[in-house]
Design a protein around this ligand. Structure first.
Ligand code: PBG
Length: 325
């Protein structure tokens, strides 16, 4: 009690502050989400996400060089394809020479130490922009979607992905993909489930970047509701039982409590996805002179880590050195 308790003693100088601080997560804990497009020598900045762009595979390989040098642990690949490649069932997603499959092979060849994750979801490959196949009423049909997701995951594993990450929020997708990988001989492919993924308003900039906005309706019929804590937690619990190797909470910043709760209930590693809206919000604020960009980025990432995330998917990953400086 005051005056004998004086907590300011711990932070009187930089040395003391450092001594009693939690460490900021190292670069190896970060995964950089990237958007790949077809063709050669093209890079299209994403207006809603300054500092990020859609790139052809050759450009991505160049952009990855400093990122790999900075020690970033991995990349998460998203494919962005032309409308002509989109269909009702998203079958371009599992083509052997598809843009994601090419990106996986090239990244593995150039940067063998970098861990390659891939997003497994149909929204960027369907004409209607939903994450699965639609039934005659326009609802996403769970069970027929599972086989397309499984084909996609196997094709990513075949191309050399270390980890596939299903994000479609279909029931049973982890079991289906785990079985398909096993049948095809990929017993060592890590399965990182977007296990508790919320129907969030913070995905806006991403949907522009990936051209994956649903034409009609929203994703509330399959993504978790932020108004139901128990079901949100059960989503992760079920995926663990189905055979996920890594669980994930997405988005991160509005869901720090969920990250902590998922972490308390599992012995698996927990990932957090610091999504596009969370990134762009900080940039927009800094651009208006309302806060220090690196300070806000660092503080938000520390929060995600403190909540219990073992690994963090974040668009800050390609500017890690700038942020920690
Ligand atoms: C695909 C997917 C989305 C994101 C990651 N995978 C979009 C969505 O669910 O609509 C969002 C990532 C971000 O906002 O950074 N389903």
């Amino acid at each position: 009690m005051f005056p004998s308790t004086r907590l300011r003693r711990y932070r009187k100088n930089e040395g003391l502050r450092k001594m009693f601080s939690l460490p900021f997560p190292g670069p190896e804990k970060f995964i950089w989400p990237v958007f790949v497009i077809e063709g050669k020598g093209r890079e299209i900045p994403i207006a809603a996400m300054p500092g990020q762009s859609r790139m052809t595979v050759d450009v991505l390989i160049k952009r990855l060089e400093p990122v790999v040098k900075s020690g970033i642990g991995g990349v998460m690949i998203f494919g962005v394809v032309e409308d002509s490649k989109k269909s009702l069932d998203g079958s371009y997603s599992f083509k052997k020479d598809g843009v994601v499959q090419k990106a996986i092979r090239e990244i593995r060849r150039h940067y063998p130490q970098l861990i390659v994750f891939t997003d497994v979801c149909l929204c960027a490959y369907t004409k209607h922009g939903h994450c699965g196949i639609l039934d005659k009423d326009g609802d996403v049909e769970n069970d027929s979607t599972l086989s397309v997701l499984s084909n996609m995951a196997v094709s990513h594993a075949e191309a050399g992905a270390h980890s596939v990450a299903p994000s479609a929020m279909m029931d049973g997708q982890i079991l289906a993909i785990r079985s398909a990988l096993a049948r095809s001989g990929f017993k060592d492919t890590l399965l990182m489930s977007y296990s508790t993924k919320f129907a969030s308003s913070f995905y806006g900039p991403f949907r522009d970047a990936a051209a994956s906005k649903p034409g009609k309706g929203d994703r509330k019929g399959y993504q978790a509701s932020f108004e139901n804590l128990n079901i949100a937690l059960k989503e992760s619990h079920e995926d663990e039982k189905e055979g996920a190797d890594i669980l994930m909470v997405k988005p991160a910043l509005c869901y720090l409590d969920i990250i902590s709760k998922v972490k308390e209930k599992t012995l698996l590693p927990v990932a957090a996805y610091n999504v596009s809206g969370e990134y762009s919000m900080i940039i927009a604020s800094a651009e208006r002179g309302w806060g220090d960009l690196n300070g806000m980025a660092r503080e938000s990432l520390m929060g995600i880590s403190r909540a219990g995330a073992d690994i963090i998917l974040s668009y800050w990953a390609n500017r890690y050195e700038e942020i920690v400086d």
